[in-house]
Write a protein that binds this ligand. Structure first.
Ligand SMILES: C[S@@+](CC[C@H](N)C(=O)[O-])C[C@H]1O[C@@H](n2cnc3c(N)ncnc32)[C@H](O)[C@@H]1O
Length: 459
């Protein structure tokens, strides 16, 4: 029975042009369904029936395009980080969660990006009632929480309006964990998390009128005065988060889409009066950001036009007078890429540099480009070097296995190598030997990011 079911699924996937994992997720919310069936596992009758119903109900659907790099998806936003060039197996950031978490904890990239963002603060010209910050993809929240610390250091008495966009429930949880001490040190803070797309999130409003009407808007008024109390409160809203941050797979790309457009507004109850003009109201929110941080907001291999249309263009529109957008992406020319090329000599993940992006953005903006300054900077100013943490003397003596694995993980993560390609490369020890060679050669591992800034001219 499992074999029949698998054959039916395969036939369906082929005709619909979708990956098996996408099918599993759409049909029964289980991306590993086919892998399990193939491994000889059975499913319950109820599950089999659900699968067959799904197939029967979708037999007339449109086949998905195979040109995933240029898919004009219904919700383009999620493609920015997660579309694959491999036709039969879409890349999804959930697949790479383990790699992301290992990377952010073994390399200091997110700290370095926060440091770079901190240098922007001297240029900000905030206006009452608050300084306004937008994080265009919070990830685990390390960049955002560090920028908020730096903001407090520079502007200890200004109210802050901080909006973070993130579609991953797990990243929302990680980011929430980093908030309690921020509310203690800087009580005049309104922090908003949303799962809306790039073109919607800065304004906290879905573009589609039906979705806007269904917007799930939640206030979290924090009781108490201590980080402990705020931590307890934020930890107790998990049921709400699980519901509000549900995702579904895009039928075209398999990428995650929000099920319910959601906005969560958090502030200290004892500062409600003071923050009255800062707390956003549904449907009436302006963007006007003083600073937008876009750290690694796209798949490197996407073309410039795609990145501009779906990410940079809406983000620059959200800047207020003298507002600044800092963007950071991987650059290459580093030992990380050397590891990759030991295994795949022709690999070239970083195809669109900041100059090409800025040119494409100017073209897209047309006449409106006159409202902005485009700062590509020289390499010496634009590049951000970050390292993988190692123990003192470790590389010179004997490299521990965990360090080797961490280095390999960081290299393949940054170069965004597809899982399918990895399976072949990791069938022997060659990748670890190559990693060790490069670590010895450079006495450690480091990477380059590049940064650039677009600022709106003040009126
Ligand atoms: C919206 S983005 C970035 C989130 C957050 N701004 C950050 O920098 O971690 C989230 C996705 O970007 C990708 N990403 C984050 N850092 C990356 C890096 N250094 N190299 C390549 N991809 C990265 C991952 O797929 C991650 O799930």
């Amino acid at each position: 029975m499992a074999g029949d079911l698998l054959a039916d699924i395969q036939a369906y996937c082929q005709s619909a042009g979708i990956a098996e994992s996408t099918f599993g997720r759409q049909a029964i919310n289980d991306g590993k369904l086919c892998a399990r069936l193939r491994g000889g596992k059975s499913v319950t009758l109820a599950t089999a029936e659900k699968v067959r119903k799904f197939i029967a109900g979708n037999e007339t659907r449109e086949p998905a395009t195979t040109d995933r790099e240029t898919v004009p998806a219904a919700s383009p936003d999620e493609n920015a980080t997660s579309v694959s060039a491999v036709p039969d197996r879409p890349f999804r950031f959930y697949d790479n969660r383990q790699k992301y978490l290992a990377f952010v904890n073994t390399c200091n990239e997110k700290w370095k990006i926060a440091e770079r963002a901190t240098r922007e603060l001297t240029h900000l010209r905030p206006n009452p009632p608050a300084l306004r910050l937008f994080d265009a993809g919070m990830g685990d929240g390390t960049v955002l929480s560090n920028v908020m610390r730096a903001l407090h250091q520079r502007y200890p008495t200004l109210p802050f309006y901080v909006v973070g966009k993130e579609i991953s429930l797990e990243d929302i949880r990680l980011s929430l964990e980093k908030l309690p001490d921020r509310f203690v040190e800087h009580p005049a803070s309104v922090v908003v998390f949303t799962n809306l797309h790039y073109s919607e999130a800065p304004w906290l409003r879905p573009k589609d009128v039906n979705k806007a009407a269904a917007l799930n808007w939640q206030l979290v008024e924090l009781d108490g005065t201590s980080a402990y109390e705020y931590g307890q409160h934020l930890g107790s809203i998990d049921d709400f988060l699980v519901d509000a941050w549900q995702t579904t797979a895009s039928p075209k790309t398999g990428n995650p889409l929000y099920v319910r457009p959601s906005v969560m507004v958090i502030y200290r109850k004892d500062h409600k009066f003071l923050l009255d003009s800062v707390v956003p109201q549904p449907g009436q929110t302006v963007a006007n950001y003083d600073l937008v941080v876009a750290s690694q907001p796209w798949r490197a291999r996407m073309n410039a036009e795609f990145k501009v249309k779906h990410v940079l263009s809406p983000l620059v529109q959200s800047l207020g007078p003298a507002g600044r957008l800092l963007a950071v992406q991987s650059f290459g020319r580093d030992p990380g890429l050397e590891i990759i090329r030991e295994i795949w000599p022709d690999e070239n993940p970083f195809t669109v540099n900041r100059h090409q992006l800025l040119k494409a953005l100017k073209d897209k903006l047309g006449h409106a480009a006159n409202d902005f300054n485009f700062n590509a900077y020289s390499d010496s100013k634009a590049l951000i070097r970050y390292r993988m943490h190692t123990l003192p003397e470790e590389i010179a003596t004997s490299i521990g296995t965990s360090t080797l694995f961490a280095a390999w993980n960081a290299a393949i993560y940054v170069a965004q190598i597809e899982d399918q390609k990895l399976d072949e490369a990791m069938s022997s020890r060659a990748h670890l030997d190559a990693t060790a060679r490069i670590l010895h050669k450079h006495n450690g591992l480091w990477f380059n990011d590049e940064s650039f800034v677009i600022s709106r001219r003040s009126c």
